[in-house]
Ligand binder design. Structure first.
Ligand code: TTP
Ligand code: MG
Length: 346
C-alpha cells in the first residue's frame, strides 16, 4: 500500500521558545547556548542565521560574525513543556507518531481520509495558534522524503513530494541529503564523481555493496527515493547519553578525565527524569581533532566514575595522542521486558 508520511520539525526550536518569552527581542538576532569564553551555541533564530551564525558554533565566533547577537542560557524545562504541547496536538491526528527529539516527529497518516497535505497544514496552524511557535512540515510517501521535505522550505514551510514527483525530486538531490550519508561518505563518493542521487543511481547494487557493505544495499533504494522504514510509535529508548564539543581541543588524557565529571552529572540528571530502566553497559565516546571517533564500552549496572575514567583511558589510547574535540558518556539499557524476566525465579 502506498504510504503517506508527515515529518514535523519546529523552526529554530529553543530560540523560538525564548523569543516567544521575550517579545522585546522579536526579530533580533538571538541564540541559545553557552555564554562563557568556551561556550558553544545550541541553536539560533533566523535573523542570526543571516549573519552566518549556526548551531554548534563556538559562541565567540558567533559574536564575531554578529556582534549584536543576544546569547541566552538554555532552559530545558521550557522547551520540554512546549514539546509536550506540540505532541498533544499531533496526537489528535493519529496515534502513529514517532518522536525523534523534542522538536521533531514522524506521523503515518496513510489510513486517514483527508489528504496528508491538508492534515499537515492544519497541524501547523494549530501549533501556531496554541503555542505561538512555527513548525515546518514535509509530506511524502516515506520517512526519508518527508524529512527532506520539512527542511525544504524552512522556516514556516510545508512541502509535499507526491509519488509521481519522486524520481524528478531525487535525481538532482545531493547525496549528503540521504539518511546515513555523512561527511566522510560524501568525500568518498565525490572521489568517484558521485555528487547527486542521480549519479548514485548509475551504480549497481553489487558496486554499492562493495563500496559500503550492507549499507550499500540501503543506499541503492534511498538514492531512488525508496525507503520502507515504518513509523515506529513505541520505539523504546535503547541508550541515553550526553556529550559536549569543546571549542578548544583537550590535549591530554587528564584533561579528558576532568571534563568527564560534569557530563556524568548531566547523565544522572537526565536518567532521573525518565522511568527507571536497568542499565546494561557504560560507554564513552571520544571524537578526535581529525573527526575520527571511537567508543569504549563495558558491561555495567550503574554509572561508576572509576569505570568511566578507565574507559576514557582505553579510548584515549586509541587516538595515539590526537587531541580531543568531543567527549560523550552514555549507558545502554536492557530491553524493558527483561527487567521482569531477570527477577529471581525462586
Ligand atoms: P534542529 O531541528 O536541528 O534545529 P532548530 O529547530 O533549532 O532549527 P531548524 O529551524 O533548522 O529546525 O534542532 C532542534 C533543537 O535541538 C534546537 O532548537 C536545539 C537542539 N539542538 C541541540 O541541542 N544540539 C544540536 O547540535 C542541534 C543541531 C540542536
Ligand atoms: Mg527544528
Amino acid at each position: 500500500m502506498e504510504r503517506r508520511i508527515i515529518h514535523i520539525d519546529m523552526d529554530c526550536f529553543y530560540a523560538a521558545v525564548e523569543e516567544r518569552e521575550r517579545p522585546e527581542l522579536a526579530g533580533k538576532p538571538l541564540a541559545v547556548g553557552g555564554r562563557s569564553r568556551r561556550g558553544v551555541l545550541t541553536t539560533c533564530n533566523y535573523p542570526a542565521r543571516r549573519f552566518g551564525v549556526r548551531s554548534a558554533m563556538p559562541t565567540w565566533k558567533a559574536l564575531e560574525l554578529c556582534p549584536d547577537l543576544r546569547v541566552l542560557p538554555v532552559r530545558m524545562e521550557l522547551y520540554r513543556e512546549a514539546s509536550q504541547k506540540v505532541r498533544a496536538i499531533l496526537q489528535r491526528y493519529t496515534p502513529i507518531i514517532e518522536p525523534l527529539s523534542l522538536d521533531e516527529a514522524y506521523l503515518d497518516v496513510s489510513d486517514r481520509l483527508r489528504p496528508a497535505r491538508e492534515i499537515a497544514e492544519e497541524i501547523r496552524l494549530r501549533i501556531r495558534q496554541e503555542t505561538e511557535l512555527t513548525a515546518s512540515a514535509g509530506v511524502a510517501p516515506n520517512k526519508l522524503l518527508a524529512k527532506i521535505g520539512s527542511d525544504w522550505q524552512k522556516p514556516d514551510g510545508c512541502f509535499e513530494i507526491t509519488p509521481p514527483e519522486v524520481p524528478g525530486f531525487v535525481e538532482p538531490l545531493p547525496v549528503s541529503r540521504l539518511w546515513g550519508v555523512g561527511p566522510r561518505a560524501v568525500e568518498r563518493l565525490q572521489g568517484l564523481g558521485i555528487r547527486t542521487c542521480g549519479d548514485m543511481q548509475k551504480l549497481s547494487l553489487p558496486e554499492l555493496a562493495r563500496l559500503f557493505g550492507k549499507f550499500g544495499e540501503e543506499l541503492h533504494g534511498l538514492c531512488r527515493g525508496i525507503d520502507n522504514r515504518p513509523v515506529q510509535p513505541h520505539r523504546e529508548r535503547k541508550s541515553m547519553s550526553c556529550e559536549h564539543t569543546f571549542s578548544e581541543d583537550l590535549p591530554s588524557e587528564e584533561a579528558c578525565a576532568e571534563a568527564l565529571a560534569p557530563l556524568i552529572e548531566e547523565l544522572h540528571a537526565d536518567l532521573a527524569k525518565k522511568a527507571p530502566r536497568n542499565i546494561k553497559s557504560l560507554f564513552v565516546k571520544l571524537k578526535f581533532n581529525d573527526f575520527r571517533q571511537t567508543t569504549a564500552e563495558e558491561a555495567a549496572a550503574r554509572i561508576d566514575p572509576t569505570q568511566a575514567r578507565h574507559l576514557i583511558a582505553t579510548a584515549w589510547a586509541r587516538g595515539a595522542g590526537r587531541p580531543v574535540r568531543l567527549i560523550g558518556i552514555g549507558v545502554r539499557f536492557h530491553p524493558a521486558e527483561s527487567a521482569q524476566a531477570e527477577l529471581p525465579l525462586s
